[in-house]
Design a protein around this ligand. Structure first.
Ligand code: CAO
Length: 442
C-alpha cells in the first residue's frame, strides 16, 4: 500500500480565499500527476488545481461552494508505489471525474493516455533517472486566473474548436462563458457574410461591466450605414494625409466685409464657400484628384464635372450631401446652397439626388475647432480635403513676424492613384489661391 499524502491548495497569488466551484474527482478515482482535482474561482476567472502525485483518491475534503485559502487541505491520496509509474487509465466508459452537483456533464471525462514505455537508452547516452524527482509543491500558475472566465470543460470545448474564448461574451453567472456561448459565437461567425476586412485580426470583445457601470445606447440608422462605408474605405484605400496651411488673412477681411450684404439676402457667407471655389480651381489644375479608379483597375475615370460633397454633422450622425456644378456657380450661390442643403441634412430632409454624384469631398471642422486631422476618403473618390479652424499665428516675413490668419488643411489621398508630389502640389496650389483673393475671383 502506498503512502497517504495530503494535497493542499497551492499559492494562489494575491487572493486570501477563493471559491471552490467544481470538484473534479471523488474517492476511489485514480489520478496521474497534473490531473486537475478542483476548480477555484476568483472574482472573474477560474483556475484548476492539479495533483502533484499520482495515486488513488482517498478522501475529498472540499465541496463546491467552500471557500479555501493557500494551504487548505483538498484531499488525501494514496500515492502510487515508487517505480509503479502513473496508474493505468481506466477504460473510457469509466468516469474518473465526479460531476459537480450543479453542473450537468458537458462531455465525457477526458483521460490522459497512459505514458508510453520509455525507449531503451541509446548506447553511450547518459542513464535515465530511475523515477522522476518527487514534486514538493503542486505546480499551479496564479496568472491562470487572468484567462478566459469559463469552466475547464468549456475551455477544452473552445480549444477543440479553435475558438479564442477571450472573444466570447459570457452569459453565465458573473459573465461566465458557457458552452452555449461558444456555440453561439461559432454560429454567428459562420453566418456572417465575408465582410470587407474579413481575415483581419478581430478587436477583442470585452465585458465592460466588469470595470464599472455602463449603458448601452442604440446607434442611429445613419451611423449604422456610414460606419461600414468608412471602414471599407479605410481598409481598401491606402490613405496618406498631406498637411498644409493657407494664409487666409485677406480672404477673411473680404468675407467679413461682404457678410452683412450676404446676410440681407439670407445667406451665411462662411469660409467654406470660398474654399469650395478654390478647391474646384485646384481640381481643374490637378484632374487626377477628381477621378476614381476604374473597376478594371487599368484605367482612371477622370470626371469633367465638379460636384463637391461636404460632411455635415447632424444629431443622427455624419451625412455627406453634394453641391452640384460648383465650377458654374458664384461664391454667394455656393454659400446659399451650403446653408440650404446643410439645413435639410440636419432636418433629415435631403432628397436622393442631393446625396449622390460627388466627385471630391470636403470635411470642414472649422466652425468647431481643431487643427490637422486625417479625413477618411469618400471612396470611390480618390481624395478628401479636411479643413480645420483658422487661427492667428506669427508668420516670418523677411524681417519680422507678423500676425496672419492661418487655415490648416489636411488632404487624404488614395496613394494608388495620387502620389505624394502631386498631393503637395495640389495643397500648395490651393493654399496660394486661398491666400490671394484676386486669383480666386478670376
Ligand atoms: N476657421 C474659422 N472659422 C470658421 C471656419 C474655419 N475654418 N469655418 C467656419 N468658421 C466659422 C464661420 O465663419 C461661422 O462664423 P461667422 O458666423 O462668424 O462667420 C461659424 O464658424 C459657423 O460656421 P457654420 O458651421 O455655420 O458654416 P460652415 O460653412 O463653416 O460649415 C458645415 C457648414 C455643414 C460643414 C458645418 O456646419 C458642419 O457640419 N461641420 C462639421 C463637419 C464634420 O462633422 N466633419 C467631420 C467629418 S468626419 O467625422
Amino acid at each position: 500500500m502506498g503512502e497517504v499524502k495530503d494535497v493542499v491548495v497551492p499559492d494562489i497569488g494575491d487572493f486570501d480565499e477563493v471559491d471552490v466551484i467544481e470538484v473534479l474527482v471523488a474517492s476511489g478515482d485514480t489520478v496521474a500527476v497534473e490531473d486537475s482535482l478542483i476548480t477555484l474561482e476568483s472574482d472573474k476567472a477560474t483556475m484548476d488545481v492539479p495533483t502533484p502525485f499520482a495515486g488513488t483518491i482517498r478522501d475529498v475534503k472540499v465541496k463546491a461552494g467552500d471557500k479555501v485559502g493557500e494551504g487548505a487541505l483538498i484531499l488525501t491520496l494514496e500515492a502510487a508505489e515508487q517505480g509503479e509509474g502513473p496508474p493505468p487509465a481506466p477504460p473510457p466508459s469509466e468516469s474518473v471525474r465526479a460531476t459537480p452537483p450543479e453542473t450537468p456533464p458537458e462531455e465525457p471525462a477526458e483521460l490522459e493516455p497512459p505514458s508510453p514505455e520509455p525507449a531503451a537508452p541509446e548506447p553511450g547516452s547518459p542513464p535515465a533517472p530511475s523515477s522522476p524527482p518527487p514534486m514538493a509543491e503542486p505546480v499551479v500558475d496564479p496568472s491562470a486566473f487572468n484567462k478566459a472566465y469559463a469552466s475547464p470543460a468549456v475551455r477544452r470545448f473552445g480549444r477543440e474548436l479553435g475558438v479564442d474564448l477571450t472573444r466570447v461574451r459570457g452569459t453565465g453567472r458573473k459573465s461566465r462563458i458557457l458552452k452555449e456561448d461558444v456555440q453561439g459565437y461559432i454560429k454567428r461567425a459562420l453566418s456572417e457574410p465575408a465582410a470587407v476586412g474579413a481575415g483581419l485580426p478581430e478587436v477583442p470583445q470585452i465585458d465592460f461591466s466588469r470595470f464599472g457601470e455602463i449603458e448601452r445606447v442604440a446607434r442611429t440608422r445613419i451611423q449604422k450605414i456610414s460606419g461600414p462605408r468608412l471602414h471599407a474605405s479605410w481598409v481598401n484605400l491606402p490613405h496618406v494625409t498631406q498637411n498644409d496651411e493657407a494664409d487666409i488673412t485677406e480672404l477673411e477681411e473680404f468675407r467679413k466685409e461682404q457678410k452683412p450684404a450676404a446676410k440681407e439676402q439670407g445667406i451665411s457667407l462662411t469660409p467654406l464657400a470660398f474654399i469650395m471655389k478654390a478647391v474646384v480651381m485646384s481640381l481643374k489644375e490637378f484632374p487626377v484628384l477628381n477621378s476614381s479608379l476604374d473597376k478594371d483597375d487599368e484605367h482612371l475615370v477622370l470626371k469633367r464635372y465638379y460636384h463637391l460633397g461636404f460632411a455635415v454633422d447632424t444629431t443622427g450622425g455624419l451625412v455627406v450631401p453634394v453641391i452640384k456644378d460648383v465650377d458654374r456657380k458664384g461664391i454667394l450661390e455656393v454659400a446659399r446652397e451650403l446653408g440650404e442643403i446643410s439645413g435639410a441634412a440636419r432636418e433629415g430632409k435631403l432628397k436622393p439626388d442631393q446625396i449622390q454624384g460627388a466627385s471630391f469631398t470636403i470635411s470642414s471642422l472649422g466652425s468647431i475647432g481643431g487643427s490637422y486631422f486625417t479625413p477618411i476618403i469618400n471612396a470611390p473618390e480618390v481624395a478628401i480635403l479636411g479643413v480645420a479652424r483658422a487661427r492667428m499665428k506669427p508668420v516670418w516675413q523677411g524681417s519680422e513676424f507678423v500676425p496672419r490668419l492661418i487655415l490648416p488643411l489636411s488632404l487624404s489621398y488614395d496613394h494608388r492613384v495620387v502620389d505624394g508630389a502631386m498631393a503637395v502640389r495640389f495643397t500648395t496650389y490651393l493654399a496660394r489661391l486661398l491666400s490671394d483673393i484676386r486669383r480666386l475671383a478670376l
